[in-house]
Design a protein around this ligand. Structure first.
Ligand code: PLP
Length: 442
C-alpha cells in the first residue's frame, strides 16, 4: 500500500511494477506478468524499448519544453504531419492536429472545438454534444458529461451537463431486443429520434467510440451502423467525433477503426497507443473544414494546455511510430489477433462465457451466469475481478470491468496485448482464461 501517493483504491492494493520487458511487466517480488491488456489498450510496441527512451532523452538534452503560446517546434509539426497522413484521405493534405497530454484532454478539446466551430460559423445555438449510453470518453467533467456509463457518472451527476444520450450499439444485448439485420439498425436511427426530441439545430456534435472500448468490452457495430450515424450527422450539420483513443493507432487492425466502414468523421481523437505508454500524449485530428472555420473566422481557438505538444512526448511518439513502421506492426495486428481469437475458442464453449467480441487486438470476453438466457452474474459476486485475480495468479494481467449490462451488472475483461505478442504469449493468455473459467464454473 502507498503512504503518500493517492491510490486508485484505499481498499485494494496493487503490486509494484519495477521494469518492463516486451510483453511483460516485472514486479518488485520478481514476477514476470504478461501484459495481456496492454495495460489499458495502451502498449502497442511492448515495454522497455530503449530506442524510445533514448529518443526522449536526446530531445530533452536539446529542448525539453517551450510554451506553445510563444514558440512552435519542428518536432511537433512533423508529428502532426505523420499523424494526419495516417488518417482517412480527407484529413491528409490539410487536416490539423491539436496535441494534448492524454485522452480526456483530447475529448475536452474536441467538445470545445465542436462548439467553437459552430460559433465561428454563426450558429451559436448549437450547444449540445450527443453521445451514447454505456460509453466512456474520459474522466474530466466535459468528458464525463458525454460519457454514458451510469456507475462512473453517478457521484458527479450534479456537476454534469445533460445534453442527451442515445442507445448503445451492443448486439449481444440489443437495447431494442432485436437481431441484425432485421433490426434495421434501430440503434443508429435512435440518433434521429434523439435529434427530434432535442431539436437538431441545437446539436453541435455526436461523439462515439467506433468499437465500444472499456465499458462494453470491444462491442463492434454491425455493417451500416457507422455509415448511418455519419449520414444523419451530415444531414443535420452536426460534427461527427470518432473517439479512437482506444481503437486508434492500429489497435483494431487498421490505422483507425473508422477505416473498417470507410467513414470520414470530422474529428478523430487519439491517445493511448499514440505513444505506447512511453509518454502522456493524446490529440485531436481535425478535418480541414473544422480548422478552416477558425482560421478564416476569428483566427484563434480560445483553448489550450501548458503541456500541449510537449517536445518529450513528441519524441516518444515519433520513436514509437518508427518502430511500428519498421517492424510492420500494424500489419501484425490482424494475424496475431486472429491467432489469439482462435486460442480463445475452447473457452467460448463454456456456458459462463456469453460472448467473445472485438477486432484486431482488442477483445472483450463477457461472462454470464446462464449462457442461454444471457443472465449476468450478480454484481456482488465480483466475477470480473475474480477472473482478473485468477489470471494474475497465472502471471497474466487482464483488464476487468463491471457494468456492461446497465452500468452496474455484467462482467467482462478486456484483452489488448502489445502488437508484438507471439505464440507463447497467446497460449499463456488462453491458458489463464481457461483456468479462470474452470474455477468460476466449479
Ligand atoms: N476515450 C476513450 C475511448 C478511452 O478509452 C479513454 C480511456 O480509457 C479515454 C477517452 C480517456 O483517456 P485518458 O485516460 O488518457 O484520459
Amino acid at each position: 500500500m502507498t503512504d503518500a501517493l493517492f491510490p486508485r483504491s484505499f481498499r485494494k492494493g496493487v503490486p509494484t511494477a519495477v521494469r518492463g520487458d516486451g510483453c511483460y511487466l516485472i514486479t518488485s517480488d520478481g514476477r514476470r506478468i504478461l501484459d495481456a491488456a496492454g495495460s489499458a489498450a495502451v502498449v502497442s510496441i511492448g515495454h522497455g524499448r530503449h530506442e524510445v527512451t533514448d529518443a526522449i532523452a536526446a530531445q530533452g538534452r536539446s529542448l525539453a519544453f517551450a510554451h506553445t503560446s510563444q514558440f512552435q517546434t519542428e518536432i511537433a509539426e512533423r508529428l502532426a504531419q505523420r499523424l494526419r497522413s495516417l488518417a482517412p484521405p480527407s484529413f491528409r493534405d490539410a487536416g490539423r492536429v491539436f496535441f494534448t497530454s492524454g485522452g480526456s484532454e483530447a475529448t475536452e478539446t474536441a467538445l470545445k472545438l465542436a462548439r467553437f466551430y459552430h460559433v465561428e460559423r454563426g450558429e451559436p445555438q448549437r450547444v449540445r454534444i450527443l453521445a451514447r449510453r454505456q460509453s466512456y470518453h474520459g474522466s474530466t467533467l466535459g468528458a464525463m458529461a458525454v460519457s454514458g456509463n451510469v456507475a462512473r457518472r453517478a457521484p458527479y451527476l450534479p456537476l454534469l451537463q445533460d445534453w442527451g444520450h442515445i442507445a448503445p450499439c451492443y448486439c449481444y444485448r440489443c437495447p431494442f431486443e432485436k437481431t441484425f439485420p432485421q433490426c434495421n439498425l434501430a440503434c443508429a436511427h435512435d440518433l434521429e429520434t434523439e435529434l427530434q426530441r432535442v431539436d437538431p439545430k441545437t446539436v453541435a456534435a455526436f461523439i462515439f467510440e467506433p468499437l465500444s472500448g472499456a465499458t462494453l468490452g470491444a462491442a463492434e457495430p454491425p455493417d451500416g451502423y457507422v455509415q448511418t450515424i455519419a449520414d444523419i450527422c451530415r444531414r443535420h450539420g452536426i460534427l461527427l467525433i470518432a473517439d479512437e483513443v482506444m481503437t486508434g493507432m492500429g489497435r483494431t487492425g487498421a490505422n483507425f477503426a473508422v477505416y473498417h466502414w470507410s467513414v470520414s468523421p470530422d474529428m478523430i481523437l487519439v491517445g493511448k497507443g499514440i505513444a505506447s505508454g512511453y509518454a502522456p500524449l493524446g490529440g485531436v485530428i481535425a478535418a480541414p473544414h473544422v480548422a478552416d472555420a477558425i482560421a478564416t473566422g476569428s483566427g484563434a481557438f480560445p483553448h489550450g494546455f501548458t503541456y500541449q505538444a510537449h517536445p518529450l512526448a513528441m519524441a516518444a511518439s515519433h520513436a514509437v511510430l518508427d518502430i511500428l513502421e519498421r517492424e510492420k506492426l500494424f500489419a501484425r495486428v490482424n494475424s496475431a489477433g486472429a491467432a489469439l481469437r482462435r486460442a480463445l475458442d475452447p473457452i467460448a464453449k463454456s456456458p459462463i462465457v456469453g460472448d467473445i467480441r472485438g477486432r484486431g487486438l482488442l477483445f472483450g470476453v463477457e461472462f454470464v451466469r446462464d449462457g442461454k438466457s444471457r443472465a449476468p452474474f450478480l454484481a456482488s459476486a465480483g466475477i470480473a475481478e475474480r477472473v482478473r485475480q485468477i489470471c494474475y495468479d497465472q502471471n497474466v494481467a487482464v483488464y476487468p470491468i463491471q457494468g456492461c449490462v446497465d452500468g452496474k451488472d455484467g462482467d467482462h475483461v478486456l484483452l489488448a496485448p502489445p502488437f508484438t505478442l507471439g505464440d507463447a504469449e497467446i497460449s499463456q493468455i488462453a491458458a489463464a482464461l481457461q483456468a479462470a473459467v474452470a474455477q468460476i464454473s466449479s
